[in-house]
Design a protein around this ligand. Structure first.
Ligand code: MN3
Length: 293
């Protein structure tokens, strides 16, 4: 079962102006082959389908617990897309073509399909696919895949970072570079426990440290790259049997019980030119007042 907390994992800055083409690029980190939908669903199905959880519990706990963190990552990337799209169009009568700014940007689907919010698709508008999930049932192979997936995800985050200086996009990417780094080390540690092979000697992939990115560096200075959050009230305690010892940087690894403090989910304004949410401002205000009584 899942409990849900109505917060984002970090506070996102609010944009000063719309940036719909940055939103289109950021979509890769949500619904691309190496995006957060993929990490979420890979670890989710691997945990659903895990064999011999009774004897191999630390590995099960690690995969299931990271899956839960990934649920918050899709939430954070979706919020970033939504903020970047905000304000691209202005209200107007249909005959004035108020959605025309959406015609000349990279992803018209943001303007036609979702009223200027996130899509479950990549930066080219291709939908996320279930065959991005790899779940062979062989524990070493699945963990090796997860290590590879996180390194591929890191490469794509860095490339999207290199495509945009947008501060909202970069704040999200900086944080997720650090959290993805935790998952890379966690899967390497799990594979070392199983096989004796130390995959951390390959890192970083690609060959650039997170500390080269200012938005990632500030989270590392708070020790977040050595912290595994335990996303449960009392379960998944055995993550500590894998997340122990030292980080490749020499610092001590720690498990934090519970989620990060996080930040507020933005309130998205109505977009009358999209008929979203489909009520007039007066109707919204009247309804809010009636429901609060
Ligand atoms: Mn992630």
């Amino acid at each position: 079962m899942y409990l849900r907390i109505d917060r984002l994992q970090i506070e996102l800055p609010r944009p000063e102006e719309p940036d719909p083409n940055a939103a289109a690029a950021v979509q890769e980190l949500l619904g691309g082959r190496f995006g957060e939908m993929s990490t979420l669903m890979n670890y989710t199905y691997q945990s659903f389908n895990f064999r011999r959880r009774d004897q191999l519990k630390p590995f099960y706990d690690l995969i299931a617990n990271i899956a839960t963190e990934e649920l918050g990552h899709i939430e954070l990337v979706a919020a970033t897309v939504n903020l970047l799209l905000q304000g691209t169009t202005e209200p107007g009568a249909p005959e004035e073509a108020p959605l025309s700014p959406g015609k000349d940007v990279r992803n018209t689907h943001h303007f036609i399909a979702t009223a200027q919010t996130a899509l479950v698709a990549n930066s080219m508008g291709q939908p996320w696919q279930g065959d991005y999930v790899f779940n062979s049932g062989d524990l070493v192979l699945d963990l090796l895949h997860n290590f590879f997936l996180e390194c591929g995800a890191r490469l794509h985050k860095i490339r999207v970072y290199e495509m945009t200086k947008n501060p909202v996009a970069r704040e999200m990417i900086g944080y997720l570079l650090v959290r993805g780094g935790v998952h890379i080390v966690a899967y390497a540690k799990a594979l070392e426990k199983l096989t004796g092979v130390d995959l951390t000697k390959m890192l970083p992939i690609p060959k650039v440290e997170n500390s080269k990115f200012p938005e990632a560096r500030k989270f590392e200075e708070r020790g977040l790259h050595r912290t595994l959050y335990r996303f449960s009230l009392k379960d998944y305690q055995d993550v500590a049997k894998i997340w122990q010892g030292t980080h490749p940087d020499g610092g001590a690894l720690t498990v934090v019980d519970g989620p990060p403090e996080g930040g507020e989910i933005p309130v998205y304004p109505d977009v009358p030119e999209e008929f979203a949410p489909g009520l007039s401002p007066e109707e919204i205000a009247e309804l809010a007042q009636r429901l609060q009584r």
